[in-house]
Design a protein around this ligand. Structure first.
Ligand SMILES: Cc1cc2nc3c(=O)[nH]c(=O)nc-3n(C[C@H](O)[C@H](O)[C@H](O)COP(=O)(O)OP(=O)(O)OC[C@H]3O[C@@H](n4cnc5c(N)ncnc54)[C@H](O)[C@@H]3O)c2cc1C
Length: 422
């Protein structure tokens, strides 16, 4: 590993939440920083998400109880999960590795690691939102897991026990208590879990753009261009862009979210075991004066409905598919039908449906650290369902590692060597 020194030039590839956060953390430590993205800041996955920052997100999807749920999932019995069999044949290595991690020891390590990353990120987000002038976009009213049946509530027992073990603030609500909290929800939910240790924002993309503006005010650079090739030189790295420009850097950070896999393969021949948990969103206007005060997760129907600047953002569950496969909106349409049972909803917004990919590694932990065998190359990727919330903690950890500082959280669970060799 080649340590970074204050004043050196770092190019960060990708201006999603993770890349912009890495750039900020490095700039705050006196590094000379350039961020590169063909779409500009916060325009891809970090724009389209549900904007939830929650301690409850420490639960990976491949927890040990996944095995009992698997037959139903594969038969398409879960509204929150779809998969494309041909794409899965293509990604069978990732699928097997993902399933093989659904066991107790990995689960314990992952939940502890994610809890630390989420908590640290929450503190940093809070400071940065104030400094970047976007604190008004954050709500601290938590979020709600809604249960339509007693059996549905029962099936959430393992998750509730886990949250309790980590001291996550929650409250079980009966129907009338849910009504007090969210009076416009229809009385179809028998119970709810109110995750109080959670915040949300009304425009994730705007938060990333505000962070990027704050970065440029502090002397960082944001360049709208695509990185095409990366070459190691005697003194660092040379990077070529689609516009024909060349940049020289002492260090490069790859924070390309779901695009990391194809980029690392093309540049270094690495086969990153990354799965694509695709998800969609569309915006709907509330009807009959209905108001939703916080994001809600309808556990039976597998969607999240979140109040946003554009209206109510309906995000779908997981569609395991190839990253660039054509959109299939059946899951989102079903989610919309279910959401219309839950809340009075009017028109869809005119904007087209949005599709993005949650980039997921087999143990559901991101990769944060030095690229094996590539001095001056650093990785910050694989943030699955929680990259919007955990970007700032990732940035801090990566900058601490790069500069050889002592780290706020344990870096070991996030080391790239879990899946990459020199
Ligand atoms: C439906 C859905 C809901 C979600 N809800 C939540 C939530 O509520 N809370 C939460 O914390 N997370 C949520 N997530 C996950 C979260 O959005 C992601 O984990 C996070 O956005 C990943 O951030 P990133 O910066 O790694 O990637 P991205 O935001 O995808 O950024 C990667 C960037 O790389 C750029 N890029 C690609 N190729 C190149 C290249 N060659 N050169 C330069 N740049 C390039 C892209 O343009 C892109 O801007 C959700 C995701 C989905 C899909």
């Amino acid at each position: 590993m080649t340590q970074a020194r204050t004043g050196q030039h770092v190019v960060v590839l990708g201006a999603g939440m993770v890349g912009v956060a890495c750039a900020l953390s490095l700039r705050h430590r006196g590094m000379n920083v350039t961020v590169l993205d063909p779409l500009g800041p916060g325009a891809a996955t970090s724009h389209g998400n549900a904007g939830v920052l929650a301690r409850s997100s420490l639960m990976p999807f491949n927890h040990p109880r996944l095995w009992s749920q698997l037959p139903g999932l594969l038969r398409g019995r879960s509204a929150g999960f779809r998969y494309a069999p041909l794409a899965m044949l293509d990604q069978w290595r990732w699928g097997l590795a993902y399933l093989s991690n659904a066991r107790e020891p990995v689960f314990r390590e992952t939940t502890a690691a994610l809890d630390a990353l989420i908590r640290h990120s929450g503190d940093v987000h809070r400071r940065w939102m104030d400094a970047a002038g976007v604190a008004h976009r954050r709500r601290d009213e938590g979020w709600l897991f809604l249960y339509r049946s007693a059996a549905g509530f029962e099936s959430g027992a393992f998750a509730r026990d886990t949250l309790e073990r980590f001291g996550v603030g929650t409250a079980v609500l009966e129907r009338h208590e849910l009504h007090d909290l969210e009076p416009h929800l229809q009385p179809i939910f028998r119970k709810a879990l109110w995750v109080k240790d959670a915040s949300s924002v009304d425009s994730p993309g705007e938060v990333v753009r505000a962070y990027a503006d704050w970065l440029t005010q502090q002397g960082g650079r944001v360049v709208v261009a695509e990185a095409t090739t990366l070459n190691r030189t005697d003194t660092g790295w040379t990077l070529h862009t689609d516009g024909g420009n060349t940049l020289h850097a002492d260090h490069v950070v790859v924070a390309l979210g779901p695009w990391s896999r194809e980029f690392l393969r093309a540049q270094f021949g690495w086969r990153l075991p990354m799965g694509f948990e695709r998800g969609y969103h569309r915006h709907l206007q509330p009807a009959q004066g209905a108001v939703l005060n916080r994001p809600v997760y309808d556990t039976a129907a597998g969607y999240v409905l979140a109040p946003m600047a554009q209206g109510l953002r309906l995000t779908s569950g997981v569609e395991l598919n190839a990253q660039h496969a054509p959109p299939r909106t059946g899951q989102l349409d079903a989610a919309e039908r279910a959401a219309r049972e839950a809340l009075p909803l009017g028109d869809r917004s005119a904007a087209p449906d949005w599709l993005g990919s949650r980039p997921t590694l087999p143990d559901c932990r991101p990769m944060i650290g030095a690229g094996p065998g590539q001095p001056g190359l650093w990785l910050a990727l694989g943030h699955q369902h929680i990259g919007f919330s955990t970007g700032p903690g990732t940035g801090e950890l990566l900058a601490q590692l790069m500069l050889g500082e002592s780290t706020t959280i344990d870096p070991h669970p996030f080391r790239p060597q879990r899946f990459l060799r020199a």
